[in-house]
Design a protein around this ligand. Sequence first.
Ligand code: 13P
Ligand code: SF4
Length: 302
Amino acid sequence: MTTLEKIAKLKKTKNAVILAHYYTPADVQAVADYVGDSFYLSKVAVSLEADTIVFCGVSFMGESAKLLNPHKTVLMPDLEADCPMAHMATPEDILRVRAEYEDVAVVCYINSDTELKSLSDVCVTSANAVKVVKALPNKNIYFIPDKNLAHYVAEKIPEKNFIFNPGFCPIHEHMSADEIKSAKLSHPNALVLAHPECSKEILNMADYIGSTSGILNFAKDSEVGEFIICTEQGVEYELKRQNPVGKRFYFPKTAPVCPGMKRVTLEKVLRVLETGENQVTLPEGLTESAVEPLDKMLKLAK
Ligand code: 13P
Ligand code: SF4
């Protein structure tokens, strides 16, 4: 039996589903039952009948799926697959800001570990952050951990007072503006589509800014045929799948690759299905307080 046949058989016998983020390797996306951005995957996670979820992504994603499904088994192909930004805020900073501002909402990008979520009021993803923050009654917003997404949202909601935190995604933050400029010179008709985790310099060059699925939808619906894509390279698989002929996609010369997402492989998917290893467990005592901001996000973003 091939790896794919073994995975298909085990999915049936274990009543398991495979969820994968667009940044995982193409062969992992191809085997998944659901592929999407963080918002889509968190919505899918609450609607599943399966006993086991195999989450192909980084640890905050597996932890969010477990928080939303405490009675299901959530397996991660690689427990070391991590997002560095998810740890770029501190409980001490949250307490300090709460003490300083009476009417503050702590808004936590879903790319955060469970402890940070447990200390926050509401979660957001890049797909729903503007909508969710707008719906909050609070004037003061402490947005953790991503400074770039925070500034992007703050510009859209000038009536609120944002307190920023210095976190960032190394892959999007370090994308080179010069490389985008030279891609633009080589492909003058291409539109620049950027994820809001990119630096201000890149966002200023963008024709469209949005989450991973926002970028995919924009490219699919656009009458333009060429795009410079400012997000993680893994999304190329879905861009090509959705636009099999005609459209062209260019990435920065230095490929934007998330090492955490690339730790997930088909062999590891098969292994966790075979062995039941790599179960996601949550830090003791934080489950209730960490699921509340996720639930609130799902309600406000509806
Ligand atoms: P999305 O919210 O677009 O899925 O992005 C998640 C992420 O990790 C971006 O780097
Ligand atoms: Fe985290 Fe950046 Fe990787 Fe997204 S691309 S998971 S924000 S390190």
